[in-house]
Design a protein around this ligand. Structure first.
Ligand SMILES: Nc1ncnc2c1ncn2[C@@H]1O[C@H](COP(=O)(O)OP(=O)(O)O)[C@@H](O)[C@H]1O
Ligand SMILES: [Mg+2]
Length: 225
């Protein structure tokens, strides 16, 4: 399987209130191959979201190297990063981040809209993706008319609709009760197993990470060997 993400000796330093430096990542190596399902675990504040944001081009590392499909990410301009992000990376967040005024179908169509896909094609793709996550019959519902688990399913459909190379899910079950969380995990596991989707899941829930094929543990900004 080909190497999708290659991080070498990545650090992230945050500047708090101007003077105080905080080292959130202290030399992290991380590889991700196509088709993998990896959990990143660690206690709160260990650097999980920081690492995820760097992998998803939402933030830059302070030092170190990042190759995405053999492309040196540090050499790309913001516009190009945004283009690759939109095309190749699907995000799922703890708090879903659906747009409240749009219905489920419109929310799922959004990434295609940003890509300039024609409306009718976007609509078809979004509908078929909602079907895959078991939400087709709720396509005209607004987020506030859906339960947490249903909203997360819609968010997963939105992450998948553009056929990304990797799904990055930051605490996708964090806002859900354990039964609903399990259902969302089953959905992600199915997408990995049946469709060979590459998935990275940040979690602090051992039950969630136990379901992943590989687990990377962060502690104080370092990968635990
Ligand atoms: N924008 C920021 N500015 C300053 N410090 C930050 C910022 N984002 C995160 N941090 C700090 O970096 C550390 C790691 O944060 P984070 O990656 O969110 O951890 P996790 O997701 O594992 O809980 C924490 O101590 C957090 O307070
Ligand atoms: Mg976090």
């Amino acid at each position: 399987m080909s190497l999708l993400v290659e991080l070498k000796n990545v650090t992230k330093v945050y500047h708090r209130s101007g003077i105080c430096e905080f080292h959130a990542l202290k030399g992290v190596d991380f590889n991700l191959h196509q088709g993998e399902m990896v959990a990143i675990i660690g206690t709160s504040g260990s650097g999980k979201s920081t690492l995820m944001n760097i992998i998803g081009f939402l933030d830059h590392c302070t030092t170190g190297h990042y190759l995405f499909s053999d492309t040196d990410v540090s050499q790309l301009e913001e516009k190009e990063l945004a283009r690759i992000r939109n095309k190749k990376i699907g995000f799922v967040f703890q708090s879903f981040f659906l747009l409240p005024r749009l219905n489920a179908l419109q929310n799922v169509m959004l990434p295609l809209f940003y890509r300039g896909v024609a409306k009718e094609i976007a609509r078809e793709k979004a509908l078929s993706m909602l079907e895959k996550v078991g939400m087709a019959k709720f396509s005209l519902h607004k987020p506030n008319q859906l339960s947490g688990g249903q909203q997360q399913r819609v968010a997963i459909a939105r992450a998948l609709v553009g056929d990304p190379e990797v799904i990055l899910a930051d605490e996708p079950t964090g806002a859900l009760d354990s039964k609903t969380g399990n259902e969302v995990m089953e959905l992600l596991i199915g997408l990995n197993a049946l469709q060979e989707r590459t998935i990275v899941i940040v979690t602090h829930d051992k039950k969630v990470s136990d379901l992943c094929k590989r687990v990377v543990t962060l502690k104080d900004g370092c990968v635990v060997p």
